[in-house]
Design a protein around this ligand. Structure first.
Ligand code: AMO
Length: 441
C-alpha cells in the first residue's frame, strides 16, 4: 500500500494509473457493467468495471463485497462525463483488506434513520459517515484554534493533575476513588491549579478533562467533558471576558475558513458572533418585561434561550453575578480593588460578585471571573459556602507569598462544538460520551 494516494488527489492528478484504498460505500451491477463507490477520508470515487475489459475475477467480486468493507484498488484513471467529479477508476486489481459483515447494525447512509443511543453503541461504525466525520473535523479546528489563539496571546500551555484531594466546584458532584489509604476524587476542574500557576507565570491555558457525577440526564450535560481553560494575572473579570470574546471569534473565523465543506454537509449557517455585556440585574429586569421567571442566583435554560433570541449571533456576557450563585473562589464585588488591566466601573453591591457566565446560541458556554487572592477572604468565602478551610490548606497557602489579583474562565469544548454546529444533543459532539447510562464504547 505504499503507493496509495488519497482519493481526492485523483481528481487533481495527471497520472494514468493509481492505487487507492478505502471503504465500500455501495456497489451495483447493470448488466455488462458494474460500479462501486469507494470512500476514504479525503473523498469518494466511482470504480467502473465493464465486463469486456475487466479481469474476470475482479468483475465477479465487485458487486459482492459487503458495504463498509475495506479494499484496495489498483486501476486506470479515466475521464468520464457521467462519473461524479468527472473521473473514474477502471480496476485492474481489487484486494479485500477487511471484509465487513453483510448485515450492518446501524444505518450508515448520509441521512441515517438509526436513533442516537444505538448509533453511539456502534460509534466506531457511525464514524464511517461523512456527516459524523464532519463534526469531529470541526472539533479538531476548534481545538487548534484555541491553541493558536492562546499562543498568539503569549499564554503558557500547561497540564494539571486529574486526581485531587478536595472539590473545587462544590461537594456533590465528585467521583470518589481509593488512593492507597486515603480517599481521593476525579477532578471537576483544574481551577485551583490554573490559579496557582497564573500567580507565577501570568497567562496560562489548558485543555482539561473534567468529571462530574451529576445525576441529571440532559441534552447539554455529560459526566465526562473537556474544558478549554484560561487564567491570567493582573486581570479582573472584564479583562478575561474580552479574551474569551476574541477567542470564540477567532475559533469561529477559523472554522468558517477551514471547514467550508463540513459546514455545507452539516447545513450550518455560521456568523462570527458579536458581544453584549449585561449585568445579572439587567437580565432580571429584561426577563420581568418578557414575563419569564428568573432564578435568584442562576439563569434557567429558558432565560438563556430568550437572551439569545433578543441578542442573536452574540456572545452574551452576564456579569455582576449574585455571589450566592458562584463558587467560593469567585471574588465578591466588594473585595475588588482597582486593577491596571481594565476598569469596569460597575456596581459594588454587597451581594454581587466578579463572576460571569457567557451564553451563546441559547446555552451557557463558559463561566469565569476574578478570583479571591487574599488568604483571609478566601477562608471567609469557604466558610460561607459551608466548606472546611482545612481541606484547602495548600491552596490557601499559595496566596500567602505574593499572589497577584487574577481572573480566568473555563469553556466546555463539547458545548462549544454543539452550539457552533447547531447540534441538538451534546452527545453528538463527543466521540465516546460518558453519561449516566453509558460507559462503553
Ligand atoms: P463551570 O462549572 O461553569 O465552571 O464549567 C465551565 C464550562 O464547562 C462546561 N460544562 C459542561 N459541559 C458538559 N457537561 C457538563 N456536565 C458540564 N459542566 C460544565 C460548560 C461550562 O460553562 N472552574 C470553572 C471555570 C472558571 O471559573 O474558570 C468551571 O468549571 O460550557
Amino acid at each position: 500500500m505504499k503507493n496509495r494516494v488519497p482519493i481526492s488527489e485523483i481528481f487533481k492528478s495527471k497520472s494514468k494509473k493509481a492505487e487507492i484504498a478505502g471503504w465500500v460505500k455501495n456497489s451495483r451491477a447493470l448488466g455488462k457493467i458494474k460500479f462501486l463507490v469507494l470512500r476514504d477520508i479525503s473523498g469518494e470515487i466511482q470504480i467502473t468495471a465493464p465486463e469486456k475489459s475487466t479481469d474476470r475475477k475482479v468483475f465477479e467480486i465487485i458487486d459482492k463485497i459487503p458495504r463498509e468493507s475495506v479494499i484496495s484498488v489498483i486501476g486506470e484513471i479515466k475521464e468520464s462525463k457521467q462519473a461524479p467529479g468527472g473521473k473514474e477508476i477502471i480496476p485492474d486489481k481489487i484486494e479485500i483488506l477487511n471484509k465487513s459483515e453483510e448485515l450492518l447494525p446501524i444505518d450508515v447512509s448520509d441521512f441515517s434513520k438509526t436513533e442516537l443511543p444505538k448509533r453511539l453503541d456502534y460509534r466506531f461504525l457511525d464514524l464511517h459517515r461523512r456527516r459524523i466525520q464532519a463534526i469531529f473535523q470541526v472539533q479538531s479546528t476548534i481545538l487548534q484554534g484555541f491553541r493558536e489563539f492562546m499562543i498568539k496571546e503569549k499564554a503558557i500551555e500547561a497540564v494539571f493533575p486529574s486526581i485531587i484531594s478536595s472539590s473545587s466546584e462544590g461537594g456533590t458532584e465528585l467521583y470518589k476513588l481509593k488512593y492507597f489509604e486515603r480517599d481521593a476524587y476525579l477532578s471537576q476542574s483544574c481551577q485551583l491549579y490554573k490559579q496557582m500557576l497564573a500567580c507565577s507565570m501570568e497567562k496560562v491555558f489548558t485543555l482539561f478533562t473534567v468529571w462530574r457525577a451529576e445525576k441529571h440526564n440532559t441534552t447539554r450535560h455529560l459526566n465526562e467533558s473537556r474544558q478549554l481553560d484560561f487564567e491570567m494575572a493582573f486581570a479582573d473579570e472584564f479583562a478575561v471576558m474580552d479574551v474569551l470574546a476574541r477567542c470564540v471569534q477567532y475559533i469561529v473565523k477559523k472554522v468558517l475558513e477551514e471547514n467550508k465543506e463540513e459546514l455545507k454537509i452539516l447545513e450550518v449557517k455560521l456568523n462570527v458572533p458579536k458581544t453584549k455585556y449585561i449585568t445579572f440585574k439587567e437580565v432580571a429586569d429584561l426577563m420581568k418585561k418578557n414575563k419569564i421567571h428568573i432564578g435568584k442566583d442562576d439563569l434557567t435554560p429558558e432565560v438563556e434561550k430568550k437572551l439569545c433570541e433578543i441578542y442573536p449571533d452574540t456572545i452574551v456576557f452576564v456579569h455582576d453575578w449574585p455571589i450566592s450563585g458562584k463558587p467560593f473562589y469567585i471574588m465578591p464585588k466588594q473585595g475588588q480593588k482597582s486593577l491596571p488591566a481594565s476598569s469596569n466601573g460597575q456596581s459594588k453591591g454587597k451581594d454581587s460578585s466578579a463572576g460571569f457566565d457567557a451564553i451563546y446560541q441559547g446555552v451557557e458556554i463558559s463561566s469565569g471571573g476574578q478570583r479571591v487572592h487574599i488568604p483571609e477572604l478566601l477562608v471567609e468565602r469557604l466558610k460561607a459556602k459551608g466548606l472546611n478551610p482545612k481541606n484547602f490548606e495548600s491552596y490557601i497557602e499559595s496566596f500567602k507569598y505574593g499572589a497577584p489579583p487574577h481572573a480566568g474562565w473555563g469553556m466546555g469544548l463539547e458545548r462549544l462544538t454543539m452550539l457552533i454546529l447547531g447540534l441538538n444533543n451534546i452527545r453528538e459532539a463527543v466521540l465516546f460520551p460518558r453519561d449516566r447510562d453509558r460507559l462503553t464504547p
